[in-house]
Write a protein that binds this ligand. Structure first.
Ligand SMILES: [Zn+2]
Length: 348
């Protein structure tokens, strides 16, 4: 066949079409991170936070189906799957029907997926993206559902939920699709299709205790991995211990974890700006600690935090969006609508 300029143009057109990837999604969740946490974290960091780089901002209603004050399981399920459920429940709606998460929807569309958490990988927030369990405490069942999921990469704690189990199974040695590695450089260099890095046996240490890797380094390695693929990707990143600092009512704990999360946001922003086919959203599942800033030192920008509870509160939490489809995330709305908005962006 003679290749005319017309046929050549057609070939180039179809090649470009096939190369056009769908929207990458980076979904970052600061557990327990309300406005007071952000404000205090900003002042403590010399009056700056990477969140100032966002121009699309909204507020999220966080209540669960049975309580104005949600837990991370119910709110994680709402954000990940677009349904309200009871506190403690992961991946089921109120009729007891299993719901699909945005990560699973993306996988069905041929995406690659990744999870990073500064908690164990079976903790409520990451679990909301792949598990369906009646109780968030069913860690061994969640681990089982994790290895049966389509997730391609993870960085997080909780190794012993996989290899020191009451059913005596060892999900790590049983599993031959995941390559499990012990540090970030092995994570980066592994050529395996699916790679997991357990950062701890149970829950990872806090930043104050010297946790490694930093979330910023984790997200950098993860993005390098996801970016090398031809496929689009979905990545969930959780700063889990901002919440734990709030529960403990310990200011330094909270602020150091927020800083770790904020630095990771900086890496995600760089990636999103360099890759316009990417949507970055940063939000929280709820506020923790009923945290208030009643005083502080203006000369040094040192905030003085006060706590009104050791639990979560019902305060709305902010959401920040940047990149492709970001404009959809302005306004005040229910946490379930985050899922709906993501779905409509994927359908475009
Ligand atoms: Zn909590």
């Amino acid at each position: 066949m003679k290749v005319t300029p017309f046929i050549l143009a057609l070939i180039i057109f179809f090649q470009l079409q096939s190369q056009e990837k769908q929207t990458n999604i980076i979904f970052m969740i600061g557990d327990g991170t309300g406005l007071s946490q952000i404000t205090a974290g900003m002042y403590a960091n010399g009056n700056k936070t990477n969140l100032e780089q966002f121009s699309v901002i909204g507020l999220i209603k966080t209540h669960s189906s049975d309580n104005l004050v949600t837990d991370s399981a119910a709110s994680g399920t709402s954000m990940a799957s677009g349904v309200k459920t009871k506190n403690g429940v992961i991946g089921f709606d109120l009729n007891g029907t299993e719901v699909s998460s945005i990560l699973e929807d993306c996988e069905k569309m041929g995406y690659n997926s990744g999870l990073i958490a500064t908690s164990s990988i079976v903790h409520a927030t990451p679990a909301s993206f792949y598990a369906n369990v009646s109780s968030r405490r069913l860690y061994e069942e969640i681990a089982l559902q994790f290895v049966e999921s389509e997730i391609d990469y993870f960085i997080g704690g909780g190794r012993e939920h996989f290899n020191k189990r009451t059913d005596n199974r060892n999900l790590i040695t049983e599993n031959n699709s995941f390559k499990f590695v012990d540090n970030l450089s092995e994570f980066e260099s592994s050529q395996n299709e699916r790679v997991g890095y357990f950062t701890s046996d149970l829950e990872p240490k806090s930043i104050l205790e010297g946790r490694e890797p930093k979330l910023a380094n984790g997200i950098q390695s993860m993005l390098a991995k996801l970016d090398t693929k031809e496929k689009s990707f979905f990545l969930m990143v959780e700063g889990a211990q901002i919440d734990w600092g709030g529960h403990a009512n310990i200011e330094n704990y909270l602020l150091s974890e927020f800083k770790d999360f904020d630095e990771a946001i900086g890496i995600a922003i760089q990636y999103t700006k360099a890759n316009p086919n990417t949507l970055l959203i940063v939000t929280a599942d709820h506020e923790t600690g009923g945290t208030a800033l009643n005083s502080g030192d203006i000369k040094t920008f040192t905030p003085q935090l006060n706590f009104t509870t050791k639990n979560h509160t019902a305060s709305m939490v902010p959401i920040f969006a940047m990149g492709k489809g970001a404009e959809n995330f302005a306004g005040i709305y229910d946490n379930t609508l985050i899922y709906n908005k993501l779905k409509s962006i994927l359908a475009q």
